[in-house]
Design a protein around this ligand. Structure first.
Ligand SMILES: *Cc1c(COP(=O)(O)O)cnc(C)c1O
Length: 380
């Protein structure tokens, strides 16, 4: 079945994802492990396919958000280490052991609980990573080094393999928050080291501190997500050092034209009559709407690429349909495809541009692409 049998689909290049992974590796060098983040179905690029491609490209670690995401990868044959970054819910803990997943623990009682589970399961000591809340105020322990040391020491059946933290403001070079978080993290690390606890893997950085060369944060491992999918955040404030990383988006998003018709001047378009044609206009109705992930906020604001030309979104984006003005585009017919994300000729739209118009972030645009949008892997 060819792509035109679909209403809306994404075309994903696993080659580009592998290339982006290699670009990250080249920036950080051979002494820093790169653990791609494949949570949220690999930012909607397809976690199983993306994980296979990354493992084939040499990734030894992958990061997911929850146990179910890790279990799916194991069921589909992924054999790399898998770090579960945000799930130690009691109902999920047995799955960590069953699927050989490595948990990130966020509190000292979690360490005691993991120790108890590890003891009950027999065998070797079970690895875990501990997250320090170095100032983001989200997940992670805020305990002091002596308290942490006591909890680590009491857990005889568990092994502290990694110590991590997460930055709140990595793209803000006008803020000192990242430096303060780094300092708080390093103080904990050195107090642990002074007490004889050498943690093998320290990791702090997602894509942004890699892309802009914040070398002091790289330590033994980095955790890029966005960059693997071809995006580097713009610097929000302040002046960053030159960007070291060049990556390219790996996903293009298309929608089929369902209908084309001519409207007279003064006609209303869509829910609420939000748009009124000023001139006679030719419109196309696309087979995708907010249920597919097109942000509703693009109503009367966004634009798509039709036959290599910009076509504005007119009226409200509705659940399954979006209307565009193709008056100034080459002729289109039902069954033709337009591009929501990607390029045609030298006209292109990426998730960051779409996000800016919609008043959101590129992460949310990518993760918002709904499961009913078919995925096609173009270079397989
Ligand atoms: C999602 C996530 C990342 C990846 O961040 P990007 O900005 O996409 O590179 C890294 N670390 C943690 C803890 C995350 O939750």
């Amino acid at each position: 079945m060819g792509p035109f049998a679909y209403r809306s689909w994404v075309e994903i290049s696993l080659k580009q994802i592998a290339e982006n992974f290699r670009a990250v590796r080249n920036v950080v060098g051979p002494d820093v492990e790169v653990m791609p983040v494949v949570k949220a179905d690999a930012y909607r690029h397809g976690a199983v396919e993306v994980s296979r491609a990354l493992a084939a490209a040499g990734a030894r670690w992958l990061a997911v958000s929850n146990v179910e995401e890790g279990a799916i990868l194991r069921d589909r044959g992924i054999q790399t280490r898998i770090l579960v970054m945000a799930d130690f819910l009691s109902a999920e803990r047995a799955g960590l052991l069953e699927y050989n997943l490595t948990p990130v623990l966020h509190s000292l009682p979690d360490i005691a609980e993991w120790d108890r589970l590890s003891a009950a399961s027999g065998g070797d000591r079970r690895d875990y990573h501990l997250k320090i809340d170095s100032g983001m105020g989200r997940l992670g322990t805020r305990a002091s080094a002596p308290e942490i040391l006591e909890a680590i020491g009491a857990a005889k059946h568990a092994h502290l393999e990694g110590l991590m933290t997460h930055f709140a403001s990595a793209a803000n070079y006008a803020s000192t928050q990242t430096d303060e978080q780094l300092r708080a993290f390093e103080i904990i690390c050195s107090e642990l080291a002074r007490a004889g606890v050498q943690v093998p893997i320290l990791h702090l950085s997602g894509s942004t501190p890699v892309a802009y060369g914040r070398r002091g944060t790289w330590k033994r491992m980095v955790r890029p997500g966005h960059a693997v999918y071809g995006y580097v955040s713009q610097i929000a404030k302040g002046t960053a050092p030159p960007r070291l990383l060049e990556v390219r988006p790996a996903l293009a998003w298309k929608a089929a034209v369902l209908a084309v018709k001519d409207l007279p001047a003064g006609a209303l378009v869509g829910y609420g009559g939000m748009h009124r044609t000023a001139q006679p206009a030719r419109i196309a109705v696309l087979a995708a709407g907010y249920a597919d992930g097109i942000p509703h906020r693009l109503s009367n604001k966004g634009r798509v690429i039709a036959k290599g030309h910009w076509a504005p979104i007119i009226g409200a984006v509705s659940m399954d349909l979006t209307t565009i003005d193709i008056t100034h585009c080459p002729p289109l017919a039902p069954g033709d495809a337009v591009t929501l994300l990607g390029s045609e000729g030298d006209v292109s739209m990426d998730a960051q541009q779409m996000a800016r118009v919609a008043g959101t972030i590129s992460y949310s645009v990518l993760c918002g692409i709904h499961a009913r949008v078919k995925r096609i892997y173009v270079d397989e």
